[in-house]
Design a protein around this ligand. Structure first.
Ligand SMILES: Nc1ncnc2c1ncn2[C@@H]1O[C@H](COP(=O)(O)OP(=O)(O)OP(=O)(O)O)[C@@H](O)[C@H]1O
Length: 363
């Protein structure tokens, strides 16, 4: 799924840039504050519709400009023609996404075309963050390998909204109207998630072992309701409390991926570096499953590779990325932190200084 050409304008401190990345590994190095992360952030803004470090997209736009523009040409595989994705975002919040000459109505259309995975210094928050963070992680995988999932999820969200609205208006008698659709949709979402998890868990185990074979981490799926009961009985049992609270306490919107070590949440027992290793293994496993199911790998954005990882773990992570034969953009402060002990088969090096990005010619 490589990006063949990348053109960024108006993002943070970056001077307008237009580069032809390697279809495999791209090293980006430079001093603190030079603009390395901003390059990754721009790709993420187009591919995922948001920044991975600011909750407010507005912050990504250069102080000096009223808009940012990101344009890239990508190719799904060698057999398919190149296509162009374009994203325009104005300071007032207006934005658009375009594929070749056609406007796209939903960002999810871009996400489906250009799947990206991010490994960055705050990546460990997947373990310490909210159940919703882990649910979103799980659903990224389901969305990308099961085309029917997004529509099912949209329908479920709609039914949930209507059910919650009935609860808020204390219309308990109406709940049965929504319950059957809610339960059917919940069952389908649960099936999609479980099928995906079977694939993910197997790859996660192998990947974690190749990054660090001393870690023994378990993934447990909680569907969003008491596993011992069926959802219909749970809803019936919780009806009065749901009315009191004004929302539905159980269902696939409450699903979670529990990540534990000896039954204790991994975030409570693992060191920062170990947490980063586990989350990296999860994200790499998602890429491996994605490639198995679709024939092509996602693009990896690895920001500040060295943060929290020693040389051995860095090298192991890079090796998994190389084996996956995916396109990678990796940043680091020191060039040798990137290239020490690892010389991928095909790579380009870019240096960033005060927002200016230059490709280095390799001897
Ligand atoms: N909206 C903005 N407009 C212009 N400049 C900005 C804006 N937001 C941040 N900056 C500046 O742009 C630079 C962004 O740097 P970035 O985070 O990409 O650097 P980096 O090379 O990844 O640094 P580090 O190694 O410290 O993580 C910083 O110097 C920051 O002060």
């Amino acid at each position: 799924m490589p990006i063949r050409q990348l053109d960024i304008q108006g993002v943070r401190n970056l001077a307008p840039l237009d580069i032809t990345p390697s279809p495999l590994v791209n090293f980006i190095y430079g001093d603190n504050g030079s603009g390395k992360t901003s390059v990754l952030e721009a790709i993420h803004l187009l591919a995922a519709g948001k920044s991975f470090r600011s909750t407010q997209v507005r912050q990504v736009l250069s102080h000096e400009r009223d808009r940012c523009e990101i344009r890239l040409r990508f190719q799904r595989d060698d057999e398919t023609p190149e296509r162009e994705l374009y994203h325009l975002r104005l300071k007032n919040g207006d934005h658009l996404f375009r594929l070749d000459e056609s406007l796209l109505s939903a960002q999810s259309q871009v996400a489906a075309l250009l799947p990206v995975q991010v490994i960055e210094p705050n990546t460990f928050r997947l373990l310490s963050g909210t159940p919703e963070d882990r649910r979103q992680f799980l659903d990224w995988g389901v969305f990308h390998v099961e085309p029917a999932f997004i529509e099912e999820w949209r329908m479920f969200r709609q039914t949930l909204k209507q059910r919650n609205s009935a609860l808020k208006q204390d219309q308990g008698d109406w709940l049965d109207v929504w319950n059957s659709g809610f339960i059917e949709s919940a069952a389908r979402i649960d099936q999609f998630r479980k099928a995906y998890l079977t694939l993910l868990v197997a790859e996660f185990r192998k990947t974690l072992a190749s990054l660090d074979d001393s870690l023994d981490v378990n993934l447990n799926y909680y569907p969003g309701w008491d596993r011992e009961s069926d959802l219909a009985s749970v809803l019936e049992r919780q009806k009065d409390r749901d009315i009191q609270l004004g929302f539905t306490q159980s269902g696939p919107h409450r699903a979670e991926l529990r990540i534990t070590v000896n039954r204790v949440p991994a975030a409570e027992v693992l060191s920062r570096g170990q947490q980063k290793t586990v989350v990296s293994a999860l994200k790499l496993a998602q890429g491996i499953v994605f490639k198995q199911q679709t024939g092509t790998a996602p693009i990896y954005l690895v920001d500040d590779l060295a943060s929290e990882l020693d040389a051995r773990h860095r090298l192991a992570l890079c090796q998994v990325l190389e084996d996956l034969k995916c396109q990678v953009f990796i940043t680091s402060i020191e060039k040798n932190q990137l290239m020490d002990g690892w010389a991928p088969a095909d790579f380009k090096v870019f240096h960033v200084e005060h927002g200016q990005l230059q490709e280095e010619t390799l001897a």
